[in-house]
Write a protein that binds this ligand. Structure first.
Ligand SMILES: Cc1ncc(COP(=O)(O)O)c(C=O)c1O
Length: 421
């Protein structure tokens, strides 16, 4: 049987265990996606080289600039020279170096929590935590726990949370429900529905990664307390940036003690790579022996650990960086709104410029690149179909001339492509 796919490409399958043209199938899928990431030369912010041309990047998560900070680089190089390129394996086997434990210690102290656990990425922390905390077969005691588990996840949560939920459902038979974005009435209704369940896990981002809006954490705490639920906060986009000391949204809301478990990443404000969890000691000790994405994966390499340790110090003393970032963000927000752009309900440094049609977003991104600005469009599946955005990431490293060039370019584009005729 031949199946005609889009753009004239044909996948061949006979349905009887015969020939199946895998290449044709994947090519046809790929042809829907008409997106090829740009190849960047040099560092990540603010000026980068694409196809031999210098452009200003407004797409990097390296928002405080720590990924190119000289003392972060020095510490990273020092750890590389001292300890080599690898920790030698998984933490449970051979990768548990003192430098790993020391970094965990410092992170726990910084976040005002008892214990910390490092992960290779924030993605792996999210998936691993949701799978481990919804566990219904005790790996340690080799028996089935007669406990029902429900995970209640905000509908706009990151894909690593969504996939963690599906894994928990598949592997642990957990119930999974996605509550309407930031909607406490819906969350409470679901908690009421599952009131007899032993474990009720609420999972939310602090700052939502695409829309830049902020979770109503104070209300989530109230609802969770009322219904005996456990709160998991993915604060990937907020730690280092929100709160007086940079501890994230839990500090901003002054509710760190009420959040049961916080997940962070080093790939944003820390300017590196890796993830971590902070919580009380029992929970972290449990995760360290039950979390498959931790147990069955290598430990973070020494160069990363060194860089992150220094970045943490910079974040702790980083009020000047945050001040510069917020000043830049406020300026760009004000000017873009003045031009007429819709920034949705962002209240953070993530500025989602609402475009809508995917083809228009691609055109604008191309126009911008021609004007010397790198700001790729964000399309489905990262956002809903037909709700494309330009996700503008202003950083503390951008200078006034960079911001003015962005604003002038977006102004010209608005006038030619977006302004109502
Ligand atoms: C909200 C959120 N959580 C988790 C992650 C994953 O982080 P990492 O890059 O460390 O895998 C991201 C990354 O984009 C994110 O935006």
């Amino acid at each position: 049987m031949k199946r005609k796919l889009k753009d004239g490409i044909i996948a061949i399958q006979d349905g009887k265990g015969g020939v199946y043209d895998y290449a044709a199938f994947f090519l046809a899928e790929l042809s829907q996606l008409k997106f090829k990431p740009k190849v960047i030369t040099g560092q990540s912010v603010p000026e980068i080289i694409i196809d031999g041309h210098k452009v200003i990047s407004f797409a990097s998560n390296n928002v405080l600039g720590l990924g190119v900070d000289s003392s972060v680089l020095e510490k990273s190089a020092k750890f590389l020279k001292t300890y080599g390129t690898t920790c030698g394996g998984s933490r449970l086997v051979s990768g548990n170096l003192t430098i790993q434990e020391e970094l965990e210690h410092k992170l726990a102290e910084f976040m005002n929590k008892e214990s910390c656990q490092l992960f290779m990425t924030g993605y792996m922390a999210n998936e691993g935590v949701l799978l481990a905390l919804s566990q219904r077969i005790s790996l340690l005691r080799s028996r089935k726990l007669d406990e029902r588990v429900v995970i209640l996840s905000d509908r706009e949560n990151h894909i690593s949370i969504v996939n963690g939920c599906w894994l928990a459902k598949q592997v642990n038979n957990a119930d999974v429900r996605f509550y309407r974005h930031r909607n406490m009435v819906h969350l409470e209704k679901l908690l009421e529905k599952y009131k007899d369940y032993e474990r009720k896990l609420i999972v939310t981002e602090g700052v939502y990664s695409m829309l830049g809006d902020i979770a109503p954490l104070d209300d989530i705490v109230k609802v969770a307390k009322k219904h005996g639920a456990f709160i998991i906060l993915d604060d990937a986009h907020s730690i280092g940036i929100f709160g007086k000391a940079g501890r994230g949204t839990s500090e901003k809301f002054n509710i760190t003690a009420d959040i049961d478990l916080i997940i962070g990443t080093f790939s944003k404000a820390f300017g590196g790579v890796g993830g971590f969890v902070v919580s009380n000691k029992q929970i972290v000790d449990f995760l360290k022996v039950q979390c498959s994405t931790y147990i069955f994966s290598s430990a973070l390499p020494p160069s990363v650990v060194g860089g992150i340790e220094e970045a943490l110090l910079k974040i702790s003393n980083g009020s000047h960086l945050r001040k510069k970032l917020w000043k830049n963000v406020a300026y760009v927000r004000k000017m873009l709104k003045k031009i007429g752009y819709n920034l949705l309900s962002s209240h953070s440094h993530i500025l989602p410029i609402c475009i809508g049609e995917e083809s228009l977003a691609s055109t604008i991104s191309r126009d911008l690149l021609e004007k010397g600005i790198f700001l790729p469009e964000i399309r489905w599946p990262a956002v809903s179909k037909g709700k494309s955005i330009m996700r503008c990431m202003v950083t503390a490293l951008h200078e006034q001339k960079h911001l003015d060039k962005l604003i002038q370019s977006l102004k010209e584009i608005y006038e030619t492509r977006m302004a109502p005729k």
